[in-house]
Ligand binder design. Sequence first.
Ligand SMILES: *[C@@H]1O[C@H](CO)[C@@H](O)[C@H](O)[C@H]1NC(C)=O
Ligand SMILES: *[C@@H]1O[C@H](CO)[C@@H](O)[C@H](O)[C@H]1NC(C)=O
Ligand SMILES: *[C@@H]1O[C@H](CO)[C@@H](O)[C@H](O)[C@H]1NC(C)=O
Length: 329
Amino acid sequence: MFSKSSPPLHMKLQMLTFILVFSIFHISHSTQLNYTSIFSFGDSLADTGNALIHSKSNPVFGRLPYGMTYFMHPTGRCSDGRLIVDFLASAFGLPFLPPYLAHGQNIRQGVNFAVVGATALDPAFFQGLLADGAFPFTNLSLSTQLRWFEELKPSLCNTTTACAGYFSKSLFLVGEIGGNDYNYFFLLGGKSLEEVKSYVPKVVGAIVAASERLIKNGAVNLLVPGNLPFGCSSVYLTVFNSPNKEEYDPTTGCLKWLNAFAKYHDALLRRALDELRRKYPRARIMYADYYGASIQIGRSPQRFGSGEEGFDLTPGLGTDESFHSWGKA
Ligand SMILES: *[C@@H]1O[C@H](CO)[C@@H](O)[C@H](O)[C@H]1NC(C)=O
Ligand SMILES: *[C@@H]1O[C@H](CO)[C@@H](O)[C@H](O)[C@H]1NC(C)=O
Ligand SMILES: *[C@@H]1O[C@H](CO)[C@@H](O)[C@H](O)[C@H]1NC(C)=O
């Protein structure tokens, strides 16, 4: 059942987006909050243009078919349509978030700091751990994105009281982030499962530390997504292709050991978020189950319009194409 010809990327993303927004909406409805701004951090799953603005080359996501179905031109989104963060903004009646690097935009209703290829860990962490000449696609990691936010903060609010009032109605989307850390270790570093597993507490620690730093800056409402099922990504299915049928989940065609790894990250993240909730009982810390939402597509692709073809997700990476184009560089 695992696919040879997969549906177009935009279809997959739209299906995923639909399910995710549906689930997230469920959360937001139950809490009766009407957010008046959104601040977003993360990687290609959320970038609305930062990497493209920052890029000196001509990345694939700056060319058609990216942007084709909705914006009618490339926007720097790693999709031909909208991203989860776009649907979230629309759901709250907010405009699409301008990318932070566009500068000079109206940011009262939010801004997007996410960057394609970004990691949760600082770039220095990867030094000496990746293959010769391989390095993260971008240095604009989570801590850089947080610094951008802190630099921007005075233009949004200047006193603790003003910030508390303003941010009490803001949603902070912290991720998805961390997927690229694992992509770099597995795909550019050739690391074993055991070694990559030993980095999971560090990656989770970086995500939770970022969330805590945002809370200390006044954030109250945080939505922290987990990872996508790596074992369903076409890059991973190709690189870790196995003749042993036992390695594949018969209901999805995905690699079981990689999906177990994604679940391991998610379990550690959820546990760490529980601790954070205990430490900051007044913060509303929500977990977004990207894995659970997307694996539904794998289980019954027909229900989501992808026929018999199965599905494909590349966590944290723009697309397989963009991965290959820089993965080989
Ligand atoms: C949310 O707030 C916006 C802007 O203040 C308003 O237009 C909209 O009606 C509100 N929605 C709900 C469901 O309260
Ligand atoms: C990231 O920073 C390192 C060290 O300063 C530099 O060598 C590298 O070229 C940078 N990478 C990118 C993609 O900017
Ligand atoms: C905060 O203070 C700075 C410097 O005085 C000013 O430029 C900025 O507009 C102020 N921000 C707000 C939200 O009032």
